[in-house]
Design a protein around this ligand. Sequence first.
Ligand SMILES: Cc1cc2nc3c(=O)[nH]c(=O)nc-3n(C[C@H](O)[C@H](O)[C@H](O)COP(=O)(O)OP(=O)(O)OC[C@H]3O[C@@H](n4cnc5c(N)ncnc54)[C@H](O)[C@@H]3O)c2cc1C
Length: 471
Amino acid sequence: THYATLTDKDVSFFERLLSSGRTITNPDECLPFNIDYIKSCQGQSQLVLRPKTVDEVQAILRYCNEHQLAVCPQSGNTGLSGGSVPVFDEIILSLRLLNSIGNFDENSGVLTTDAGCVLEKLDTHVRQFGHIMPIDLGAKGSCLIGGNVATNAGGLRVVRFGSLRSAVLGLEVVLPDGSLLDCLTSIRKDNTGIDLKQPFIGSEGILGIVTRVALACPSLMSGVGLGFFACSSFEQILSTMRLARKICGETLSAIEFLDESTYNLSLKYLQRTNKPIESNKFYILIETMSSTDEQAKATLEKLATTALEKEFITDGTLAQDLTQYKDIWAIRERVSDALVADGYVFKYDFSLPTSRMYKLVEETEERMKQFSNVGNVTGFGHLGDQNLHLNVTVKDGYSDDIKQALEPWLYEWVAKEHGSVSAEHGLGLHKSKYLELNKGKHSLELMKQMKNMFDPKCILNPYKVLPYKTD
Ligand SMILES: Cc1cc2nc3c(=O)[nH]c(=O)nc-3n(C[C@H](O)[C@H](O)[C@H](O)COP(=O)(O)OP(=O)(O)OC[C@H]3O[C@@H](n4cnc5c(N)ncnc54)[C@H](O)[C@@H]3O)c2cc1C
């Protein structure tokens, strides 16, 4: 596809459409929108548009479609696959100002809101009504709910609340030609034909712009418990997880793990000199939620005692108050920042059979031994969801040799195990070429047909998700 080059006439059109500084052309001001969170890629967009209304989003896309101008949708720009920044000079459509919190229905627990609202703000809002957002993740203070839906983000509580997709009851989407697809129902049951909102969840902005969302919000549980335990092997981590499932049962709300190097990096980043528990090779974090504090804490205490007796864990701590609860969670939630501080990051996000998860980290470690500039090889992630985050940090910046030693070897390893090459972060720019390896030719062909149906001129988020030839 050949795109038009942005002209002064185009810029004037957008300036007329969007009042008061919502058309950004100053290169310094465009820069932060051009660079992704982990600084893995940088575009050269000369234009950032910041619509406040859905009508404005429609007018922008209608114009871009007519004039063959490529567009990169962007929400909080916390995506980890290079999907949220332009590859070349695509116009950046920033959705941050589309941010009025809509209605919360106290009878159904359904929130209907603009897509540009920050996840954490929405969570604070629904807590007033005794509910929480169905998703929680380390980037909650910056990511926007539209970005979460567009990536079908996973996060920390999938074990309890399921995937975000299952909580999305309705969507409003602006299609690439500027028309509006209204699937914004807030009812829980609706078996009427093909569910048209589904393709927009998790397709990372290649089919349409999510402008409004209706979400089922779980009830707020007043009882919360958190345990953090050390184990000497990955086998013991798995034994502890199985025990937690048995003992904590329906109160379980998170099962996360970190290996030694991840844990040390996080503590260093947080500047913590006092370690919360005695060190070991692995750490597991178990959270429980219940309608009573007694129950949430009692199941965790029983877990801790039994796991110690059985020698699954070597040390552990249970959060006694909110400060300790936040301090322990910070060790897990700040890992992404700690990795960025450690150097250039090769970042992978795989689904794998649980028993094979750490084998891949060990083999990667072995493979990286030949490179003296590798900082750390780390494994951590959403253990309860079979989701491994594997990261390799490089001390002196990006290295092509290291990349070639990692890819496609890692992706082929995961495909052989029938895992997923992208558990939750999405394919974005970095992983699009491995889609076929994971899904096969036929699925890829159908995906291309869907893209062509919704976006025949291919103006939305080009070069992302589906494999493209860019030469
Ligand atoms: C510290 C940290 C922790 C994280 N933890 C997790 C985690 O636990 N689980 C997880 O899944 N992810 C995690 N992420 C990744 C990231 O936060 C999620 O992918 C998040 O959902 C992205 O939201 P965003 O608003 O930043 O979207 P962006 O990064 O701006 O965009 C993400 C993608 O969606 C597209 N897009 C954005 N908005 C729209 C829209 N309104 N309509 C259509 N397309 C759109 C973009 O083009 C891009 O392809 C983490 C990131 C960080 C930095």
